[in-house]
Design a protein around this ligand. Structure first.
Ligand SMILES: Cc1ncc(COP(=O)(O)O)c(C=O)c1O
Length: 330
C-alpha cells in the first residue's frame, strides 16, 4: 500500500486550495475548453509554485534544527524570492547565490529578494561552478557558527517535490467537486521538482489525464538532462511512497521545441502569450516560464494537435514579479 503520511509533515506557508476556473474568453477564441489552476495565488510574496515546495523544505530545515538557508538561482529567480519570503516568516537567515553580476538597480524579483531581507551573493564573475560557489558560501557561514540548510536550485529534490504530490490531491478534490474531467494538463517544467511531484501525485491519487510539461530551458551538454533529474526524484518517490510502479526515462513526458531561445530571453512567443492572457482574461503570466509554456499550449491547440473535444488545464505556476524587470521589452 502506498504510504501518504509523509505529505502531512509540512509548514503552512500558503493559501490553499488555489482556484481552478474556466477561461471563457480564451476558450471561445481557441475553440477548446480551457481551465486554469491558479498557483500564482499561493501567497508568499506574490505567489508561485515554490510556496508548495517550500512548505516541505522549510519544515525539514526547522525539524533538523537549521537556522540558515542557502539557495541559488538566476538573477530573476522566483524560487529565490519565495525562499526569501519563507525565511522571513519563519525566522531563518536567508542567503541567495545569484548567477549574475550585481546590477546598479534592483528590479523585479531581485528588488523583492532584498526587500524580504535576504543576503545577496552575486556569482557573475566567478570562475567556479555553481556547486563549488555554493559549497564555499556554506563553509564560510558554517565557520561563523551557522547551521546551514542547502535548498537545491528550484527547490527540486524529493522533499520539494512533495508540494506537487499534495497539489495533485488538491486537484483531485476540485475535479470531483466540480464534476470535471481534465484530459490534458499543461505546465512549465524547468528544474523538474514540479513535474516529479505531479507525476507521482497522478499515480497516487489516480488522476486520469495526460501531462503536457513544456520544457523552458535550452538543453545544455554539461548538465544532466531534465529527464534524468526527474527520474532521480521519481525513483526516490517510488521508495518513500512504497509505489508498485517503476519509472524509466522513456516514461517521462517533456515537450521540447518551445525552448529554442535562451533561458529568460523574451521572444515574440512569450510576448504573445503574456499579452493575450492579460488582455483577454486579466491574468498576468511571467516572461520566463508561464509565458513560454502558455504559448506552447496555445500553439498546440491552434494546430489542433489534440482532439477538439478535449478539456485542457493550464497550471499557472506564478512568476509575474519578473514582469517588472521586463517592462521595456513589451
Ligand atoms: C514561475 C515558474 N514556473 C515554473 C517553474 C518550473 O518549476 P520546476 O523548476 O519545478 O520545474 C519555475 C521554476 O523556477 C517558475 O519560477
Amino acid at each position: 500500500m502506498p504510504n501518504i503520511n509523509i505529505l502531512k509533515n509540512k509548514y503552512d506557508l500558503g493559501f490553499f486550495p488555489t482556484p481552478l476556473h474556466y477561461l471563457k474568453n480564451l476558450s471561445k477564441q481557441f475553440d477548446y475548453d480551457i481551465y486554469v489552476k491558479r498557483d500564482d495565488q499561493t501567497g508568499l510574496a506574490t505567489g508561485g509554485n515554490k510556496t508548495r515546495k517550500l512548505e516541505y523544505l522549510i519544515k525539514d530545515a526547522l525539524d533538523k534544527g537549521y537556522d540558515t538557508v542557502i539557495t541559488a538561482g538566476a538573477q530573476q529567480s522566483n524560487h529565490c524570492r519565495q525562499t526569501a519570503a519563507a525565511c522571513a516568516t519563519t525566522g531563518l537567515e536567508c542567503h541567495l547565490l545569484l548567477n549574475a553580476y550585481k546590477p546598479d538597480t534592483y528590479q523585479g524579483n531581485l528588488f523583492l529578494d532584498d526587500l524580504l531581507g535576504a543576503h545577496l551573493h552575486f556569482s557573475g564573475s566567478s570562475k567556479k561552478s555553481r556547486e563549488e560557489d555554493l559549497k564555499e558560501l556554506k563553509t564560510g557561514l558554517e565557520k561563523e557558527g551557522k547551521k546551514v540548510y542547502l535548498i537545491p536550485v528550484g527547490g527540486s529534490n524529493f522533499v520539494g517535490s512533495l508540494g506537487y504530490v499534495s497539489a495533485m490531491k488538491e486537484l483531485k478534490n476540485q475535479l470531483t467537486e466540480q464534476k470535471l474531467k481534465i484530459d490534458y494538463i499543461f505546465f512549465a517544467t524547468s528544474s523538474g521538482g514540479t513535474q516529479s511531484g505531479i507525476m507521482t501525485g497522478k499515480i497516487l491519487f489516480d488522476i486520469d489525464t495526460t501531462l503536457m510539461p513544456i520544457q523552458i530551458d535550452k538543453e545544455k551538454d554539461y548538465t544532466l538532462s531534465l529527464e534524468t533529474e526527474i527520474l532521480k526524484i521519481l525513483q526516490e518517490s517510488v521508495e518513500k511512497f512504497n509505489l508498485s510502479q517503476t519509472f524509466d526515462l522513456k516514461d517521462i513526458p517533456v515537450i521540447k521545441g518551445y525552448n529554442l531561445a535562451e533561458y529568460g530571453q523574451l521572444t515574440n512567443n512569450e510576448r504573445f502569450a503574456v499579452n493575450i492572457s492579460a488582455k483577454t482574461e486579466g491574468i498576468l503570466l511571467d516572461p520566463v516560464y508561464t509565458g513560454r509554456a502558455f504559448y506552447g499550449m496555445l500553439d498546440i491547440l491552434k494546430k489542433q494537435k489534440i482532439p477538439k473535444t478535449s478539456k485542457v488545464l493550464f497550471w499557472h505556476t506564478g512568476g509575474s514579479a519578473a514582469l517588472f524587470k521586463y517592462a521595456d521589452e513589451f
